[in-house]
Design a protein around this ligand. Structure first.
Ligand code: PEP
Ligand code: MG
Length: 568
């Protein structure tokens, strides 16, 4: 059994699909028939072409034209005689293997384009690199795995899944996944929960312990992976799978019920989403709103910024699907572990402390303004609230809000309708903001506490780093005190407070957060019904009476023991 971190609930049993880039090494040999080498090259080009067409088709169907564009660019490279003919000439003139001719020629073009002072040409270098690897793999008879090529039921095994890998996973076939790295709050884990597929992350060794086609079980409840299970183990986990399905049926009974505690206090249970497609899962799980729409997925897995209209369509779709339920849309939170290759931002030593989110948007106003205009235009289609991420100072909030109001004025002047009731809030995920929440509360309409980041900044423990994960402690009194400070400050100004970090859906945290007075809990869609079940059994009054005691505790262990004892 391989242990990891339980990232998404449920049990999956299927064959392993290794999503690991293969080593493309070969021995250089002399050749005696250059024509045969040219033929091999043509075959490899043909197979690569068919494969890329399939990936492009799949991406277009799953994610739309814009995301498929990158593969069109790759197909153009494959068909470009200015690249292909020199490879063929090299084979015949120098009498060398197709592999060597391919590598030498493409490397020459890559070096040339990479050094040009032109972003477009630098992107072409990246395209040639990708295509050349794919053709080389086919020459060597090695399979290049792609999430888009999966066409049977499998469990995906990878070192890590990038957000664009995860976005390409075919929900119909991918039963679950397991990765070497990552934690509960890494984006692959968050995506697994919104796709509602079982996942275990941070196993450290899954890719080296599992072979392509091995039978595996992913236990996303306990965080274990079983490789080539015995008949007994298989039977045990099939039973566990059935039990989980039954439990889900029980939870489902509360789908249309309000979220009311045992002493009749109401709180809101909302969901975190990444794409408009996730809304169906939110409604199916009884979500009362969207507490966090992570818009960065609109910007990722493609080779240019999304247009205003493209964004407008996505926001409108979410607002319409949610009817008049609240939808909190977070403006672009890029940086940290979420990169945009086409922006060509310089590498940073500490990306989580670097040029990200609102910092990037305030310096790249055109990007920010495009998003704000799309949001403002979409606002007439539902109950929109706008939220700025990673705000560290009041000036940042004022500046961002100023730009928002400026765009609203521009749209009014153009005669475009914009809702007048849009609330504007911030994420509290930096300790400076939590500590000065009183000052912010006078100016913002709401707070949403982003504990995924707030914990890492408060404890100085990188949320992606397994070696310091012991310090990443959601129930630490330091975190509870910051959360309490934010809630008290907001309530004193009659503002509401939500939480959209993973902590909001955690069964140990929920009683404490109820006692601290949290108004809205926003979580992965699949956590909503278990949370509603739990909240119906808790008394808010009793939990509130424990507040001072919880805030004065010294350690996480004391907090956990106390909550367990009081809620059993
Ligand atoms: C957070 O930091 O808690 C949060 C919700 O944002 P993200 O996980 O996208 O950084
Ligand atoms: Mg965050």
């Amino acid at each position: 059994m391989i242990q990891g971190i339980a990232a998404s609930n449920g049990i999956a049993i299927a064959k392993a699909y290794q999503l690991v880039t293969p080593e493309l090494t070969y021995e250089k040999k002399s050749i005696d028939n250059p024509n045969k080498e040219v033929e091999r090259l043509e075959d490899a080009l043909g197979t690569a072409k068919q494969e890329l067409e399939k990936i492009r088709e799949h991406t277009r169907n799953e994610m739309g034209d814009e995301h498929a564009e990158i593969f069109s660019a790759h197909l153009l490279v494959l068909d470009d005689p200015e690249l292909i003919n020199p490879i063929k000439d090299k084979i015949t003139n120098d009498n060398i293997m197709a592999e060597t001719a391919l590598e030498e020629t493409t490397n020459m073009f890559i070096d040339m384009f990479k050094n040009m002072d032109n972003e477009y040409m630098r992107e072409r270098a990246a395209d040639i690199q990708d295509v050349s690897k794919r053709v080389l793999a086919h020459l060597l008879g090695v399979i290049v795995p792609s999430p888009a090529l999966i066409d049977e039921e499998v469990i995906v095994i990878a070192n890590d899944l990038t957000p664009s890998d995860t976005a390409q996973l075919n929900r119909e076939f991918v039963q679950g996944f397991a990765t070497d790295i990552g934690g509960r709050t890494s984006h692959s884990a968050i995506m697994a929960r919104s796709l509602e597929i079982p996942a275990v992350v941070g196993t450290k060794k899954i890719t080296s312990n599992v072979k392509q086609g091995d039978m595996i079980i992913v236990d996303g409840i306990e965080g274990n992976v079983i490789v080539n299970p015995s008949d007994n183990e298989l039977a045990t986990y099939k039973a566990k799978q059935e039990e989980f399905e039954k439990q889900k049926e029980e939870w489902a009974k509360l789908k249309d019920e309000p979220t009311i505690t045992a002493d009749k206090e109401q709180v809101e249970l909302a969901a975190n989403i990444g794409t408009p497609d996730d809304v169906a899962g939110v409604l199916a799980n009884g979500g009362e709103g969207i507490g966090l729409y992570r818009t960065e997925f609109l910007y990722m897995g493609k080779n240019q910024l999304p247009t205003e209209d493209e964004q407008y369509d996505a926001y409108k779709s979410v607002l319409e699907q949610m009817e008049d339920k609240p939808v909190v849309v977070r403006t672009l939170d890029i940086g940290g572990d979420k990169e945009l290759s086409y922006l060509d931002l310089p590498e940073e030593l500490n990306p989580f402390l670097g040029f990200r989110a609102i910092r990037f948007c305030l310096e790249n106003e055109h990007v920010f303004r495009t998003q704000l205009r799309a949001l403002l235009r979409a606002s007439v289609h539902g109950n929109l609230k706008i939220m700025f991420p990673m705000v560290a100072t009041l000036e940042e909030f004022r500046q961002a809000k100023g730009i928002l109001l400026d765009e609203k004025q521009n749209l009014n002047d153009e005669g475009t309708a914009v809702s007048d009731g849009i609330e504007v809030g911030i994420m509290v995920e930096i300790p400076s903001t939590a500590v000065t929440a009183k000052q912010f509360a006078k100016e913002v309409d709401f707070f949403s506490i982003g504990t995924n980041d707030l914990i890492q900044y408060t404890m100085a423990a990188d949320r992606m780093n397994e070696r310091v994960s012991y310090l990443y402690q959601p129930y630490h009194p330091a975190i509870l005190n910051l959360v309490s400070t934010v809630i008290e400050a907001a309530h004193a100004e009659n503002k509401w407070v939500g939480m959209c970090g993973e902590m909001a859906g955690d069964s140990i945290a929920i009683p404490a957060l109820l006692g601290l007075g949290l108004d809205e809990f926003s979580m992965s869609a699949t956590s909503i019904l278990p949370a509603r079940t739990q909240l119906r059994g808790l008394s808010k009054e009793t939990m509130t009476s424990y507040k001072d005691k919880l805030l004065s505790m010294g350690t996480t262990e004391e907090v956990v023991e106390f909550i367990k004892e009081k809620t059993e």
